[in-house]
Design a binder for this molecule. Structure first.
Ligand SMILES: *Cc1c(COP(=O)(O)O)cnc(C)c1O
Length: 221
């Protein structure tokens, strides 16, 4: 199946209020161009260097989402253009995004990444750490970041019930965070969850952002 056909098929599977982020990591720029020509505008990358190189080669109306582990010393390379960072896992990293974004007078949207999977290799905040961060977070101290929601990567398993439970836990935590910390902040509305193998489950649990790579572009090089 072609990239165009994959995108067309995927778009029939969920409503318009769910965003589709085409995860183009390790894919050649030519593949991103094909997706762009098919109307795709949201792209996700997980490595800073690759993102910087690709960003320079695609039209400026692409909305770039950073979804990988981010080191504080690399934040400055992506803040000039990145739209949303899905992988904020500490107040320290959040602070650095704010500091760098200030220099460009841009507000960067961020999501807090949660660690809900069974694998210890996954990154992110544990739920109690997330709540602790939000308890000390003062929006007026960080005018150049905006927390738009939560993100997680589910366990990599065929056990659909396990994956469903993880997505459900993110949803429940999201509801708690919204009512406790963002009651008057309508921008706090995103749940970034669901990849190629588990997006149907994520749709059932209320995702608003799907991050899909292989189901669009095929297997990575
Ligand atoms: C690679 C990646 C994806 C997409 O994975 P696919 O299985 O190719 O859809 C989604 N989210 C993150 C954080 C990733 O690193």
């Amino acid at each position: 199946m072609s990239i165009t056909a994959n995108l067309r098929r995927l778009r029939t599977e969920f409503p318009d209020n769910v965003s589709l982020i085409a995860v183009s990591k390790y894919q050649p720029v030519e593949s991103l161009r094909q997706a762009y020509d098919a109307g795709q505008r949201l792209f996700g990358e997980n490595r800073v260097q690759e993102l910087v190189v690709k960003q320079a080669q695609l039209p400026s109306d692409v909305e770039w989402h950073f979804i990988g582990t981010l080191q504080t010393n690399k934040v400055k390379l992506i803040v000039p253009f990145v739209h949303t960072i899905h992988s904020i896992d500490s107040l320290n990293l959040l602070r650095e995004v704010d500091r760098q974004a200030c220099k460009h007078n841009r507000v960067i949207r961020i999501l807090l990444q949660l660690h809900l999977a069974r694998e210890s290799t996954k990154h992110g905040l544990f739920p109690d750490e997330c709540l602790a961060l939000l308890r000390v977070f003062r929006p007026e101290e960080y005018p150049f970041v905006r927390i738009d929601g939560l993100m997680c990567i589910a366990s990599f398993t065929d056990d659909t019930e396990c994956v469903r439970q993880e997505f459900r836990r993110l949803r429940t935590l999201f509801d708690t965070c919204r009512s406790d910390f963002f009651p008057h902040a309508p921008h706090f509305r995103h749940l970034s969850m669901g990849m190629s193998h588990d997006y149907p489950i994520a749709l059932g649990e209320g995702t608003t952002m799907l991050r899909i790579g292989t189901a669009i572009f095929g297997t990575r090089l």
